[in-house]
Design a protein. Sequence first.
Lengths: 216, 216
Amino acid sequence: MGQMELYEAIYGRRDVRRFRTEPVGDEVLARILDAAHHAGSVGFMQPWNFIVIRSLAVRQRVHDLFTQENARAAGNYAGERRELYDSLKLEGILEAPISVAVTCDRSRHGPAVLGRNSIPEMDLYSTCCAIQNLWLAARGEGIGVGWVSILDPTLVKPLLGIPDDIVLVAWLCLGIPVAFEDRPMLESVGWEKRLPLEEVVFAERWQQRWGADFSK
Amino acid sequence: MGQMELYEAIYGRRDVRRFRTEPVGDEVLARILDAAHHAGSVGFMQPWNFIVIRSLAVRQRVHDLFTQENARAAGNYAGERRELYDSLKLEGILEAPISVAVTCDRSRHGPAVLGRNSIPEMDLYSTCCAIQNLWLAARGEGIGVGWVSILDPTLVKPLLGIPDDIVLVAWLCLGIPVAFEDRPMLESVGWEKRLPLEEVVFAERWQQRWGADFSK
């Protein structure tokens, strides 16, 4: 495996929706999942599970749920914005050979979990940190990841036998990407602009400008 | 800056609570925050802000809030477990020269946000992905990060002038660590064990074992 530098992975990571159909081997997948599993977690709770789905039948049903949910989401937009929305490819569930459902078991090692007493969402936050590890490790392995968030978890969970009390945090598509684009798709098509770093960093207090020189 | 390999950062990242008091420069801090800002976000929403806090007076007040909240959390444990809990160092707010408060503005670019229609928490999840980028970039720069989750956000927010409708997701301590330990502290002291990867990965359905060979 060609090892990648950290910043190269961070800046080259993309939310991928266009995949080639070649399979992804278990060995590379195991490395990616092991990287995810080595994220930090509140109270060393490791509340996550990763369900690897190759079944086309299941992916077809999830794709159907996406289509249904996306029709609802499209209703938020009108005019040119709606036209642009409808032109966007927002998932690659059928093309990508693998989907990974990421869950959070909020009762694992509980009910008292060290560090989760004040902010109960910490277990969900830990699970998202694991997802980012997965995303970056995949990038390092030349594998693209797309997070499909236009899905109703209550409809997806029964397809995989996920119990009611387990949170389905993410549906991820994994596969060899057609390309790792230079910029996020929503930036390229003009949906949103990247905010300047100096607008998102404050010093000492909310909305107080940070004096650091961001020109690098 | 000595660039680090991706897996080295992923496996060498630790939740750091013991810091040296040397300052962290703005240049390295800007690189770390820029890496955070390049996480993916739902609908390219970039809902995060990073408040860089050097003020010892503010950190002292947050440390007081930690002490108060930790006394409450300690009440979850009794006997030997309580003794172990009380022996753990769970934050480095005063030693670490920098704290970074990470927030999520849930109304940014809204109310309709592409991809957030079905799972409203997606903006919080995106913010956590940014935090993991920050954590890994810091590791690559030789900077330790500790996430202090034993804090009541409703009491911390007024100290920084954070508006009611902005979510305080994380309080992070940044500084040069005394050491990057080989294993997570809660593993070393026997608080919890690391779960085997094969217990957290399923194939096709919940609780169905994955056949891949995890011996690497």
